[in-house]
Design a binder for this molecule. Structure first.
Ligand code: FMN
Length: 190
């Protein structure tokens, strides 16, 4: 697929089939991530592939985050919230968590370390699209909770930046409205 066409036709697809994605395709998606630009060549991206029973472990971590947030889990609202969190990892057969292991060498800037990983995520979404897969970049509060870093064995300085839900599309999606690029661009040529 031509690059601009891939960029324009990629969509966040929330409904996917149960069918497992072959490991070879998952590896290709991750491979696309590591080719993102990164200042000082710090390669700050880290990937965690969660599937099958692994989703139960992530579900428990998400559940714990809700419990520890002080939500009244005996209330109807609390129960619903808990159930919603618990079910999230089962929305797709595979979730690739993308994290930034932030380099602290006195040169690399935190904002750029995170930026490089965000670029990696977009590469991965585009690669998934090109490979005929559906992908959805999700975050939510749990993503940024300290317990989530702990779950993945990351340090406090690091960040979980994306849960990429991956599978085979079970829905069609129309493109969102886009403001024309011209409205958002200033040409400074004098
Ligand atoms: C940093 C980031 C975090 C996101 N987190 C969520 C999320 O938690 N839940 C969600 O439904 N979509 C999330 N999205 C996806 C956007 O909702 C989606 O990209 C947007 O609706 C545009 O749709 P498209 O990707 O099909 O163009 C996130 C996107 C970004 C860049």
């Amino acid at each position: 697929m031509e690059v601009l066409e891939a960029i324009k036709t990629r969509r966040s697809i929330g409904k996917v089939k149960d069918e497992m994605v072959p490991k070879g395709l998952i590896k290709k998606v991750i491979e696309a991530g590591i080719w993102a630009p990164n200042r000082y060549l710090t390669e700050p991206w880290r990937f965690f592939v969660i599937s099958g029973e692994g989703r139960n472990s992530l579900a428990r971590a998400m559940e714990d985050i809700v419990i520890q947030s002080g939500v009244d889990v005996e209330s109807e609202e609390g129960k619903k919230k808990l159930e919603k969190e618990r079910s999230k990892p089962f929305r797709a057969p595979v979730i690739i968590t993308v994290a930034a292991e932030v380099t602290e060498n006195g040169k690399a800037l935190r904002i750029e370390e995170l930026g490089a990983v965000y670029a990696a995520v977009e590469n991965m979404l585009l690669a998934a699209h090109g490979l005929g897969l559906a992908a959805y970049w999700k975050t939510g509060n749990a993503c940024y909770a300290p317990q989530m870093k702990e779950f993945f064995g990351l340090k406090e300085k690091d960040e979980v930046l994306a849960f990429i839900y991956l599978g085979y599309a079970d829905m069609e999606k129309n493109p969102p409205h886009k403001r024309p690029a011209a409205e958002l661009t200033k040409w400074i040529d004098k």
